[in-house]
Ligand binder design. Sequence first.
Ligand SMILES: Cc1cc2nc3c(=O)[nH]c(=O)nc-3n(C[C@H](O)[C@H](O)[C@H](O)COP(=O)(O)OP(=O)(O)OC[C@H]3O[C@@H](n4cnc5c(N)ncnc54)[C@H](O)[C@@H]3O)c2cc1C
Length: 458
Amino acid sequence: MAPILPIDNPTLPFWRTELDELDTLRTTASLPAESDIVIIGAGYAGVTLAYYLLKQLGHETNTTTPKITLLDARQICSGATGRNGGHLRPDIYGHIPTYIERHGLDSAIEIAEFEYAHMQALKDLLVEEQISCDFNITRNMNVYLSEEGGERARQAYEKLLAQGVAVARDLHYTSAKNAEGISGVKGAKACLSYTSGTLWPYKLILGLLHRIAGSPALNVQAQTPVTAVTPSGEGGHLIHTPRGVLRAGRVVYATNAYTAGLLPEYAKNIVPCRGICSHIALPAGHDAPFLPYSYVVVTKEGGGGSYLISRPDGSIIVGGAHFTFKKEKELWYGVVDDGTLIEPTQHYYDDFMQRTFKGWEKSGAYVKEIWTGIMGYSYDSHPHIGQVPNKPGQYICAGFNGHGMPVVLLSAKGLAEMIATGKTFEETETRMPRVFKTSAERIHKAQTGPEGGDILGK
Ligand SMILES: Cc1cc2nc3c(=O)[nH]c(=O)nc-3n(C[C@H](O)[C@H](O)[C@H](O)COP(=O)(O)OP(=O)(O)OC[C@H]3O[C@@H](n4cnc5c(N)ncnc54)[C@H](O)[C@@H]3O)c2cc1C
């Protein structure tokens, strides 16, 4: 398979309108010839993995070769992480009933608790590393615009409580009588709120990179696409790039949507899928109510609705609207072009705030930036973490869907522990949900099962 690489001229997301000095970091002018570990991909997964590996392995190096080399095809954090909705929304409800049916209660609870733990883990990390990224803790309002949607939400919520899913106690259900008043969404028929966070993802990643970039054990090389990984003949690996070949003891694929370009066996497991997101601002002199919550507005059409966060400056990040283009598969499924918009949706957000929120009718709110990004959707909904089957010394940390913010951090921490200590997936102290473990069985299921699995079933 030809490498599936990020394209050269992507749309401009709001998050990348204030670039950091490390955006195109190359620690050295040329690539290091050798590394203990090469991480491919410098988004949320790659940078947090480098951070936790350095914590595990130490920052010292006693040779001229770095311990870790971090490569990215484009600029740092220019993939999904730099183009997302900035919404840290642990799933303690949405998909959990399905996971209970598929994997049993214990496994589903592991996922809900793992995601929920990201709230505290991220908060602790930001305090420890003194990173400023507009982080806020709020409540996400799932707002249902149809009575049936609201009723389904209520039943699912009550069932989770009855089944003993402890984190589901954080959920708060509001029925039709107060739904509009509480959420501020016109025509709301019900809402369900739970703890969530909002942040500037690019500033999180670049902030973390600042903490590690000076380490003699790390070499970062932006704008260096990896075109192939081949055996070196000495038990190691050769990492091929247009700038030369690196020799690596171990390789980690933090390549998310693009993973199949280097690991073709994952082509059915992790599929590049395009999404759209926008930044809505107010014209000078205009005002609108500050929205104290983050949101998912589930439209009458269903199909995902829109996720939305408010920024401290009163502007809004909103995206999704999958239902507006879902049927036109060629516009999003298997698509790596984040240089163009998704046509049916490019004006959907033009007057979204006026249409949706009480008090915003005369706000003059307008779309200031709109962009696309490529997600790595997973066939069975779960990321792939751990050792690549049948490829000793190769690891994967990818397949985070449109939902990486409450999943990546502790997955990277767990994988770093595996790589640094030689522990198995199950032995790590960072207890990752068992269904996240990559395996030959999961790969095979996607290769032989119905086209698209959960991705096209959504
Ligand atoms: C429009 C949109 C909205 C989203 N909204 C949210 C949200 O609100 N909340 C949420 O939780 N999640 C959201 N997501 C999903 C979330 O952004 C991702 O799950 C998460 O960022 C994945 O992080 P990552 O590091 O695995 O991937 P990425 O950030 O994509 O990083 C992968 C990196 O690998 C590099 N790479 C790939 N192949 C190669 C190669 N061959 N050689 C060198 N480098 C390579 C890429 O350039 C890229 O920088 C959204 C995603 C999109 C696109």
